[in-house]
Write a protein that binds this ligand. Structure first.
Ligand code: GLC
Length: 430
């Protein structure tokens, strides 16, 4: 009897021991088997990069990842997410969320301070961490950042006798006109001077806030809650942009998002483009018709007395409050957000890391020399009024992008547009 108990106990000890050893060899043996549904980019090289990284994490941990495809348009993505959030849906565990949605997402997010140590959080740009912290909750961790930049064709600037990219929007318009006329005469009837994102969505909010700010017209609603959009500088900025449509920019630019603008640009059919950093790696791909023929610089100023302005963008990782696998989802977020992964992504996709240390990394700079100027651009980048409007941000942005799009399409005057936006802003700030 006694020896039987002994052997039982010995077996139990052995069994427990091997489990312990197995858990050391195969990490996460206890928590393995979760399927993380991750709402993220799925298309193009960006989607392929995310898929590969998720697969690597799955392999390492014994979990699975299913990517829930988000629309490429930011505003459409928010609509999709809001359906999950309204339903408190456990069907999505982790989300890739925009820098402007922190107030909207906050009630649906797990506080990531639970999973990211202080020094891990401190390694990110403090400005983004502050942006992503709502009432003390770390709603999401910074994944990649973004800033609007000007792409220009170095070969064409040289061909038409320009030594430098334009410093003001007025210079840009003059250069774009001359190059467009010349290229059309030379047998390229579809050639455009300047492409940008004019679509009635978050895309044009970013473009238009850059124009307005560059002319000294503020940021719609200032951090002190003053609604400033109805001012002569903002009106001048919108009128200037309107004057491009159908002259140096195609009439169809009012329906362009980022990818539509990039397609025209990358086919070699535009002299200038406003876009985000992701378009760099794609344009420099050896198969791209414009590889080696373009460069990136800061967006122009609004006139001689204007300011350079870049809209601050970027995407972040959030774990859903309604997820049944929060620990595993947070572990995936941490894996995707590691310095190694961010570095690889900067090299392959020219996406801006959220770890300042990577801006002096020699491998990153070897591929993207222009990143060395981006720390400064990011420091001065203008935030959309999402902190001050919080959960109501989409209301002010929608009012703004609809009105701006109408101005560009010729359906409303700039004077009336800013009045309409002001009304919405004042209602929200009451
Ligand atoms: C980019 C930016 C994002 C912005 C969006 C608008 O993805 O990173 O912040 O909202 O463009 O189209």
């Amino acid at each position: 009897m006694r020896s039987q108990t002994h052997s039982l106990r010995r077996n139990a000890v052995r069994w427990f021991g091997s489990l312990l050893i197995a858990s050391l060899i195969v990490p996460n043996v206890f928590g393995a088997g979760a399927t993380i549904r991750f709402a993220a980019d799925s298309s193009g090289t960006g989607g392929a990069f995310i898929k590969k990284a998720c697969d690597a994490w799955a392999q390492k941990t014994g979990n699975k990842v299913e990517i829930i495809s988000r629309p490429t348009d930011a505003s459409a993505t928010l609509q999709q997410y809001q359906q999950y959030w309204a339903a408190k849906s456990p069907d999505v565990d982790a989300y890739q969320i925009d820098v402007i949605w922190q107030g909207i997402a906050a009630p649906h997010a797990v506080d990531l301070k639970k999973y990211f140590k202080d020094d891990e959080v401190k390694a990110f740009f403090p400005r983004i961490v502050a942006n992503n912290t709502v009432n003390g909750k770390l709603v999401s961790v910074p994944w990649f950042t973004d800033a609007g930049v000007l792409y220009y064709r170095t070969d064409l600037l040289e061909k038409y006798g320009y030594k430098e990219p334009p410093k003001t929007w007025e210079e840009l318009a003059a250069m774009a006109k001359k190059i467009q006329e010349g290229e059309r005469k030379a047998g390229k009837p579809d050639f455009q001077g300047f492409v940008f994102e004019g679509k009635a969505s978050e895309s044009v909010t970013c473009n238009a806030i850059e124009w307005v700010y560059s002319y000294g017209g503020g940021v719609i609603i200032e951090p002190d809650k003053k609604v400033t959009i109805n001012n002569p500088h903002a009106i001048k900025a919108l009128q200037t942009a309107k004057s491009w449509v159908g002259t140096i920019s195609p009439a169809g630019v009012v329906t362009y998002g980022e990818e539509e603008a990039r397609n025209v640009w990358q086919a070699g059919n535009a002299a200038f483009m406003r876009n985000w950093p992701y378009a760099y790696a794609l344009g420099q791909d050896p198969k791209s018709p414009i590889a080696g023929k373009f460069d990136v610089t800061v967006l122009p100023k609004g006139g001689e007395n204007g300011k350079n302005s870049a809209c601050l963008g970027g995407w972040n990782l959030m774990v859903s409050n309604y997820s049944k696998a929060q620990d595993a989802a947070a572990d995936l977020a941490k894996y995707l957000d590691s310095s190694d992964s961010q570095k690889q992504r900067a090299i392959e996709l020219s996406l801006l890391p959220t770890l300042p240390a990577l801006y002096s990394d020699s491998d990153v700079l070897a591929k993207n020399a222009w990143f060395k100027n981006m720390l400064d651009v990011l420091k001065n980048a203008i935030a959309r009024p999402s902190t001050v409007t919080g959960a109501d941000y989409n209301q002010i942005s929608t009012a703004f992008f609809q009105s701006v799009n109408k101005v560009l399409s010729g359906g409303e005057s700039a004077e009336n547009a800013v009045k309409d936006v002001e009304k919405v802003g004042k209602r929200l700030m009451r």
